[in-house]
Design a protein around this ligand. Structure first.
Ligand code: ADP
Length: 623
């Protein structure tokens, strides 16, 4: 229930639409009741048609007290109101000729049905507005929160699982919100109105009709509990399926290369089969609640018809038309009661899905700005690593161990060393993707933990190995994060990055959308687009993880040139994989197993024949 109340919190901002919907619901119930109530005089007019004379006062509609029912359960004011209504009705509608009365009743029935449907439509519309709106907000909240989560969260959770929560789970929650609202407001109201009508006709028969309720309620509660358990399981199964999909689609090349289609197919089939079995189980449980309650209702229905029939035929304490009206009213309460029996199920199902969404929302954001955080405006002197050590959350092993060095403004510092040495981890600490476990990183003497994260990241341009391009125009990809940037500047950046020429050869130049089918962009071209992106941002500090992927000679040359131009007049920290980069570097830092082993220029380091750098250079860079 706690989860459900939390879901309802998202409905709060839509209270005005919800109120309109509730008002429409009330009016819907009133007109619904009226449309049934009017059938009593209608039937009476028809049944007694042969007994009265034209022009004489016709049939009368009787309030409950007059139905041989002196011990009415209804309070006095209701009986009075009923008398008033029936008096008015008798005066204005039933007076005069029977055909005339019939016509008026038909007209009233028509009007009642008309308004019932209008209000039914309006309440459904406004409720959908609330439902769709609040689910949009829930999705947005989850998405926004995703951006604030620590990098480690994305390493732990499978991407498909996260996607599934924001898509599938929100859908489950959504389908239950309106259902629950309809059921908690419309159906009880409808039931109340019809029970009111039934009571006004015969309280004994009504009591008899509702003996069934407690039984069905018990059964329903039990079913709801079971459903919650299973629906939580089924949602995580759907997340597994989404994960497999996401992983194989993004890794399609590897699947093909290793001929693993059959294996992946089987894995997928196993998951969908298990989803299918689980779903069947849920359907069995969910659908068993309606037949059970309906069957109980039918038993009572048969008893009522028999007992009511006796009252009409034998003891004449009930008019036939009233009994018909009573039956209609009671039957009208059946569908809402049946619906109500599923409310609990829906709430349980949506709570299970809600739990999975709130798990994202409840994960603590990675890094919060301190209260008096500094705004870093420029980078003017140096960035220094001060007794810095680091381990990832899930292990105590130090990935970086007592790192001390300084990068002065204007320097190009190259990080080299064997794979797994900690180079990527080290550069991830500079924009605070992670925070150091011990020690500090200082920019111009300010601990970056005391700086506003946005201002810190604004100082730097980051080019990663994977060139991430978004499904947008090349122009927007280059000007990522810089709205409405003048095209001349974008072209200038693309030229510096050696990207302009090939972009101009694309079908729509800078407006070509990256994700479009048939668009062929090579690995080197992608790299140059992402370099153009970094150049356009014009950062003072460049953090750069050179791609290791082999490019053809021409492309290699163009990328290299682009990198060199990018580093001019900036401070750069580069994870170097290219010979030209280490030659250009003012300083090289050799990292091995989390420790700095050597530092110096290429010429200095190469002279130390037994040093790691020398071996490494021979292996990696020497043609
Ligand atoms: P390099 O960039 O020099 O190849 P990395 O910084 O990528 O080295 O990795 C250094 C070590 O940290 C490796 O042993 C790697 O397994 C580990 N590592 C990298 N990322 C994570 C992570 N998110 N969680 C736990 N360990 C990690």
């Amino acid at each position: 229930m706690k989860t459900y109340l939390r879901i309802l919190n998202f409905v709060k901002p839509y209270w005005n639409h919800l109120s309109i919907s509730i008002v429409c619901t009330i009016l819907f119930a009133v007109f619904n009741g009226l449309s049934i109530y009017l059938t009593i005089p209608l039937l009476d007019t028809l049944f007694q048609g042969g007994q009265s004379q034209e022009g004489q006062p016709g049939i009368q509609i009787n309030p409950s007290a007059a139905i041989g029912n002196t011990t009415s359960l209804l309070p006095d004011w209701v009986i009075k109101l009923e008398h008033n209504i029936s008096d008015t009705f008798n005066t204005y509608v039933l007076q005069g000729g029977k055909i005339d009365a019939l016509f008026k009743i038909c007209l009233l029935v028509l009007i009642a049905f008309f308004f019932k449907n209008i209000f039914g439509y309006l309440q459904a519309y406004f409720l959908s507005y609330v439902e769709e709106g609040s689910m949009k907000d829930l999705r947005n909240a989850a998405y926004k929160h995703l951006h604030q989560l620590p990098m480690s969260y994305f390493k732990q959770e499978r991407v498909g699982n996260l996607i599934s929560r924001i898509t599938n789970d929100v859908n489950v929650v959504q389908s239950s919100i309106s259902a629950a609202f309809l059921n908690l407001i419309r159906e009880p109201l409808t039931i109340l109105v019809f029970i009111g009508i039934a009571l006004s006709i015969s309280w004994k028969l009504t009591l008899l009709a509702f003996i069934v309720l407690p039984f069905s309620m018990l059964i329903i509660a039990g079913i709801g509990l079971k459903l919650r358990k299973y629906s939580s399981a089924i949602q995580s199964k759907m997340a597994d399926i989404t994960s497999i999909l996401q992983e194989t689609i993004s890794g399609v090349k590897i699947v093909k290369a290793f001929g693993m289609e059959g294996y992946e197919n089987n894995k997928f089939k196993k998951e969908t089969y298990s989803y299918f079995r689980m779903m069947l189980r849920i359907v069995r449980i969910r659908n068993s609640s309606s037949p059970i309650t309906e069957f109980l209702s039918v038993i009572v229905g048969a008893v009522i018809i028999f007992y009511g029939g006796v009252l009409v035929i034998q003891s004449h304490t009930l008019k036939a038309a009233e009994f018909m009206g009573f039956l209609l009213a009671i039957f009208q309460t059946m569908p809402p009661i049946k619906e109500l029996s599923t409310v609990n199920n829906r709430i349980q199902e949506s709570s299970a899905a809600g739990d999975r969404i709130f798990e994202i929302l409840d994960t603590k954001p990675a890094i919060k700005d301190e209260v008096n955080a500094h705004v870093l405006k420029t980078f003017s002197n140096s960035i220094s690593f001060d007794h810095l050590s680091f381990h990832y959350d899930d292990s105590e092993e130090l990935i970086l161990n007592n790192i001390n060095f300084e990068v002065r403004k204007g320097e190009i510092v190259a990080l080299v060393g064997p794979s797994g040495g900690g180079k990527s981890t080290l550069v991830d600490l500079i924009p605070r993707f992670y925070d150091p476990s011990y020690g500090r990183i200082l920019i111009d003497g300010i601990d970056i933990k005391q700086a506003k994260v946005n201002s810190l990241r604004a100082l730097m341009g980051i080019v990663t190995q994977e060139t991430i391009l978004f499904n947008e125009s090349i122009r927007n990809n280059i000007a990522y994060g810089l709205d409405d940037y003048p095209i001349e500047k974008i072209v200038e950046a693309a030229k510096t990055a050696n990207a302009h020429n090939f972009i101009m050869e694309l079908p729509e130049g800078y407006e070509t959308v990256i994700g479009e089918r048939g668009l062929k962009i090579s690995g080197g071209q992608r790299q140059r687009i992402s370099i153009a992106r970094a150049i356009l941002k014009n950062p003072q500090l460049m953090i750069f993880d050179e791609a290791t992927s082999a490019l053809d000679n021409e492309s290699e040359l163009l990328v290299q040139e682009a990198i060199e131009r990018m580093m001019v007049n900036r401070t750069s920290i580069v994870i170097a994989h290219r010979l030209s980069t280490i030659r250009n570097a003012t300083r090289i830092i050799v990292l091995d197993r989390g420790k700095i082993i050597q530092t110096g220029t290429h010429e200095e380091l190469i002279r130390n024949e037994n040093g790691l750098y020398n071996k490494f250079y021979e292996m990696q860079f020497r043609d």
